[in-house]
Structures are given as structure tokens and as C-alpha cells.
Design a protein around this ligand. Sequence first.
Ligand SMILES: C[S@@+](CC[C@H](N)C(=O)[O-])C[C@H]1O[C@@H](n2cnc3c(N)ncnc32)[C@H](O)[C@@H]1O
Length: 367
Amino acid sequence: MVTHPLIDFRTTSYGGRSFFAMQPIAPGIQLLTCEAPFAHVIYKDYRREVCAQCFAYAASVFRSINDRRTWSIRSCREGAESVWFCTDNCRIVWESGGIGPLLAEMNAILAKSQIATRKKAKDGLRGYDSPDTIFPGRPDVQITQGYIDKAWAEAEDLASSRPRLSSYCSTMNLEDMELEIARSVTSAIVQRYVFDHRPTNFSPSMIATLDPWTAVLDLQSSELSNVQLRPYVLLAHLRVHAFLCHSLPKHLRQYVPIVRALLARDTGNSFGIWDGDDRDEMLGWGVWVSASYFNHSCCPNLKMTRTGRTMRFTTSRPIEAGEELCISYIDINQSMAQRRRELEDSWFFTCRCQRCQSEGVDEAYQH
Ligand SMILES: C[S@@+](CC[C@H](N)C(=O)[O-])C[C@H]1O[C@@H](n2cnc3c(N)ncnc32)[C@H](O)[C@@H]1O
């Protein structure tokens, strides 16, 4: 990981690894830049309104002109889905990067595959939608790591037999959100493929980090907490895995073993792709790998901004030597109880930041 010379990376006593200031740092200093997400998806409803290269949102740019909501510059290649851009320059950058055009082809394959299986599902055929026939246990069992491992072992076993997989998947009615998850995972697979087949004169401008996969595996997994809190997530992930094994072409299928590791990490490490600083609309999500090492604080000292695909982290106040460098994962203008609930429900941890600790002490004192 490439970081600023003023910052150090070490383990905290309360919440895994984090960044710290090695000396006093003035406000407005940019400490980390993450070029591009390793995995990302723009939601279906926004795809014509969000530039595929820089994520500019048409409705924000043309706010004063009510009828202009979609971009008009389009890449429309045979065998690939149509993709929209805010400028010709964005289209040219996207087309020259190698990842974009391959991803558009893969997304067209996924969309076709989903339409075919959905039609059969509507015709009354059953397939992958009866989890108990494939996966061990029942929804009312206590979910342990062993339970999840067993379910994944079953899913991998299923994927190893092409006829069984085709029979299950041929009538699978993938939910819209599952397809978004599949697209996000596919963006990581495509990026990994392009990285592995990069030419010797390769320029890393479109690739998230120089060794993206090792960095992703190093991120904290929240698989168990996520599935314990929302058991339906396990089935959704297993369905996405089966769908990708079934739908992706052979040269990308070899990367499907990364699906579980990625899904285990993306919930606790992804950032929303928002329309602007006011965060009115979330257009999709992405994983900017090294940005995921910032811990949360309800009194953060860093501001996070996105310009195009790039995430930047800048000091928002004077920082002392040794101070932890934190961003906020949530809206910090909420009460302590609301903040705590949101962090526990969406991020699976109890906040131990200084503000929560002092407000917690105050609260206990009042009772
Ligand atoms: C996005 S990761 C941050 C990097 C993480 N510390 C690591 O070692 O990979 C989020 C995780 O960090 C920990 N964490 C972040 N902020 C925290 C906080 N304010 N209080 C307690 N744990 C926190 C939690 O374990 C949470 O699931």
C-alpha cells in the first residue's frame, strides 16, 4: 500500500488496523489517494444518467434544466451492453483502458442469461430457488462459521458439475439486487483478468492498485456477522456464485473462486457512490481497497471526496502527532443511540470512538 510519508499504519487496541499521524498535520493536507475502485456497480436505474468513466451524474450537472437527465454520448459495441458518458474524453479513456469494454461485454452476457432463466422461472419451472434441496441446514438453525462453510462447500460442489449447475441455474429467478451484486463481482473479475494479462508496457491508470487481489484478501471479512444479522444474504451470495459459474465465459470462470472472498469483504469495506457532497442519491457502490483501512469516528478528522473514479482523503482540522486518522461511515449528526444502531446494523461493530465513549459516560452518569 502506498501512503503519505506523514502517516503510519498499525493495529489499534479496539478495532483492528488503522492509520495514524506520525507528526502534527495541518488541515487541508491530502493524505491518501485511491485511483479507482477494485469492484463497483452503478444501479440499473442510474446507468444512463451516470457517466461510466467518471461517475458524473447528469441530474446534478443539469439541475436547472429539468428535462435533461441522461447522457447522450454512448458506446454501443456489438455483443456488449450500451454504456453512457458525460464527454467524448471519458468515452475515449474508458475504451482505451481495456477493463470497460470487457466489462460491458460481460454485463451483456449476464443480462441475457438472467432474462433467459427468469422467463423459464415464470413458466413455472423450479430450479435453484429451493435452497433446502442444495444447502445444508434450515433457516432457523443457529448460523455459525461451520454452517456457512458447509453451504459454500455445497455450492462449490454444485459448480464443479456442469450438468447439475445448468439444471439448477436454468430456471433461477435472480432478484434485481442479486444481479447488481453479480455485476459488482464481475467488475472485480474483469479487473483481475486484465491485470493478469497486462502487456509489458502496461499503464496502471485504470487499475485500482498494482497488486489488487492480494490487497483485497487482506481486507477485514464481515461474512459471519453479516449472515448472522441477515441470513438471506447467504442464499443471495450462493445464488450469485452459481449464476456467475453458469454465465461467465470459460476464461473468466477460472476467477470464480474469488467470489466468496470478495462478497465476504465488500459489505464492510465498500463506499457508496453518491451524486455529490450532499449525498441526496446513492448511485451505486464501490470498493476502494486502501481507503478501507480508515476506521470510523463520530468526530472524524478526515474528509473524503470523490473526483471521478478517484477517492481522496484530506485532513479536516489540525491533527496531533500519534492521533488516529478517521473518517465517518455514517451521518454523525444523529443521536448516539441512532449512530450506534446504524453502525451495528450496517457495519457490524459497536463504535469505540472518543465521542461515543464520552457521550456513553455522560449517558450512564445521567441515569
Ligand atoms: C472498513 S474496516 C476498517 C479497517 C479495519 N480496522 C481493518 O483492520 O481492516 C471497518 C472495521 O474496523 C473496525 N472499526 C472501525 N471503526 C471502529 C470504531 N469506531 N469502533 C470500533 N471498531 C471500529 C470494525 O471492526 C469494523 O468492522
